[in-house]
Design a binder for this molecule. Structure first.
Ligand SMILES: Cc1cc2nc3c(=O)[nH]c(=O)nc-3n(C[C@H](O)[C@H](O)[C@H](O)COP(=O)(O)O)c2cc1C
Length: 571
């Protein structure tokens, strides 16, 4: 492995990182752009990769800031005419400039990307350009690449690439960091903690739901290294960083307020404003659910609007109108939204800006209150515009807090004491589990978080169940069950309820295997325990069941327990 000495001008660093695999890192020690994600001013790297099997693929040429030096250094490393494929983990106007410069030198190359990426490329490049969206690509010599689509609101065309020959996963925007250094791998990974979190907050916190889906998809690969689009290669902290990503995603759901940030953006300007507003919200402790209306269906929008405390709607103006997806989102909000929710409006426009006017007037007419004055930005935002958006996010949070006080009815002293006690008890948290029992050939499942370890020797646990949970198959000494401890981000819980299910549903819909004690193990659980009921006590309105753990296993080694947080113990 080779590392070059740092300089303080932009350069391109070349290093072998695996069998037939070279990292080509375009580096800058300066703040690359004025977006909030670069505000720590530690520079960044734009990472490209060359995989050389019988055929050769280049992954992710950098953006326009590096076009010339990148092509120059790449030509010294390889005869450009030998490159057969360019893989694009996402496409943006910035990257298109370098791509076009490369295509002039190697018109024979085939571009590989996701389907949404291909749609952008088809409008931007010559008709004759070869563009493909395969699931796999065999470069020879074991480099049988597999592609995984990871769409998010910010990068709808996101694509990761797995190479089984090196067990490297090319993760683009996931697992990166904006730091420019000489070292190419994460040997000193503890020092990266705060920068990694900052990067996550800026890029991924507003799209935590989709990042969780991406983590699920990527978890099925055996990985020896993450090769991200920015920063160093992740070799030493793979499980730690995966865990952190899951934890940080989960943390978003635990905030007191949630804001739905709905937008569309044909050329990326409104999306940039949305990111800056999201930062203002996130840095003030609010969960943000970003919805790119071009990708979302009506149900996604409805659900986001119903479950949020406030919503912010952003639109470009195209041909004197808001795009049809924004008009649909507005229709959903107006017909089903709660009028006491706080609203916000923003958008980029060129000369007339009708879309922003439309959103403002329609929401005003429907008696919505605004958390900040509508933001109108001409074409691409300046750093001042982005600062204004960040401040608008902050303002929105303050308005949300004031709004909540207005909406909360006054309660009597005794009621408020009961509520305070309930809220305090509600702070006891538990791991979310599915208990499975077996009734002849019919499996049963109950969702619960009322579980805790009760003894070391013998290993035992305690579960509290209510009469109406219908948990009769675990209420006699000797009864067997499996405790499936759920994993954060997998959303297996949606198949079960607090009341016992009986029959093939939902077990026919999710992967399972049978434990030695005959009960079902949910293959997507984090871990499972095979248990035998030892003692039962009637306590208050519950049965306390003490059970001995006979066997257990962790299924997902890099997962984290799903936890149920409650605001009150009253439900
Ligand atoms: C095809 C087209 C039509 C446009 N029509 C309008 C218009 O009617 N009024 C206006 O103010 N701007 C118009 N614009 C300018 C866009 O609103 C502006 O470029 C904006 O930054 C786009 O935002 P976006 O990058 O989020 O898509 C138009 C731009 C294009 C490409």
């Amino acid at each position: 492995m080779m590392t070059l000495t740092p300089t303080h001008t932009r350069d391109v660093q070349i290093a072998t990182i695996g069998h037939n695999t070279i990292m080509v890192r375009s580096r800058t020690w300066e703040r690359l752009k004025f977006e909030v994600e670069y505000s720590r001013q530690r520079g960044t790297t734009a990472n490209s990769y060359l995989i050389q099997g019988d055929q050769i693929a280049l992954i992710d040429p950098p953006g326009v800031s590096f076009t010339e030096i990148f092509i120059e250094e790449l030509s010294k490393t390889i005869d450009l005419n030998r490159i057969n494929y360019i893989i694009l983990s996402h496409v943006n106007p910035n990257r298109l400039i370098t791509l076009k410069a490369l295509l002039e030198k190697l018109p024979q190359v085939t571009l590989i990307c996701s389907r949404p990426g291909a749609n952008i490329l088809k409008t931007a490049l010559k008709e004759t350009q070869s563009i493909r969206c395969p699931e796999t690509l065999d470069l020879g010599q074991g480099h049988h690449l597999q592609f995984i689509t990871v769409p998010t609101p910010r990068w709808p065309d996101g694509l990761c690439t797995y190479d089984p020959a090196t067990e490297l996963l090319y993760t683009d925007k996931l697992f990166g960091v904006h730091i420019c250094e000489d070292s190419i791998i994460d040997e000193d990974w503890k020092a990266l903690d705060s920068d990694r979190l900052y990067y996550f907050d800026c890029l991924h916190a507003p799209q935590a739901k989709q990042v969780e889906d991406a983590l699920d998809k990527l978890s099925r690969f055996s990985v020896k290294g993450y090769a991200p689009g920015h920063g160093c290669l992740v070799r030493h902290s793979i499980s730690r960083l995966t865990y952190d990503y899951r934890y940080w995603c989960g943390q978003q759901k635990r905030q007191d307020f949630k804001v739905a940030l709905l937008y569309a953006s044909a050329y990326g300007n409104t999306a940039t404003l949305a990111n800056a507003i999201a930062q203002g919200l996130i840095q003030n402790g609010v969960e943000v659910e970003s919805i790119n209306c071009e990708l979302a269906n009506s149900n996604d929008i409805l659900q986001a609007v119903e479950t949020c405390d406030g919503f912010i709607l952003g639109s470009p103006t195209l041909g004197g109108h808001a795009p049809v997806q924004i008009q649909t989102a507005l229709g959903i909000i107006l017909s089903s939204g709660d009028k006491t929710k706080l609203a916000g409006v923003f958008g980029s426009y060129g000369w007339s800006g009708e879309a922003i006017d439309l959103l403002e007037t329609k929401l005003q007419d429907a008696n919505y209150r605004f958390g900040f004055a509508p933001i109108r930005v001409r074409f691409s935002p300046t750093s001042d515009n982005l600062e204004q958006c960040y401040q608008a996010g902050t303002e929105f949070v303050q308005a949300l807090k004031r709004n909540k006080k207005i909406r909360s009815p006054r309660i009597s002293a005794t009621e408020s004491q009961i509520n305070r006690t309930e809220q305090a008890v509600g702070r006891i948290i538990g791991s979310l589990c599915v208990i499975t029992t077996q009734n002849g050939n019919s499996p049963k499942g109950i969702l619960t978080s009322w579980v805790s370890q009760a003894s070391f020797n013998p290993p035992g646990l305690m579960i509290a169940v209510a009469e109406d949970q219908n948990a009769d198959l675990m209420r006699h000494t000797g009864d067997k069950f499996v405790l499936n401890i759920l994993s954060e981000g997998r959303n297996v819980r949606r198949y079960f309820s607090r009341h016992s299910s009986l029959g093939s549903h939902p077990f026919s819909e999710i992967p399972t295997k049978t434990a030695e004690n005959g009960c079902m193990i949910l293959s997507e659980a984090l871990a499972y325990l095979e248990c035998r009921v030892e003692r039962i006590m009637a306590c208050g309105d519950r049965w306390l069941i003490y059970a001995i753990i006979e066997k257990g296993e962790v299924i997902l080694t890099d997962g984290v327990s799903a936890i149920e947080h409650r605001k009150s113990a009253g439900y």
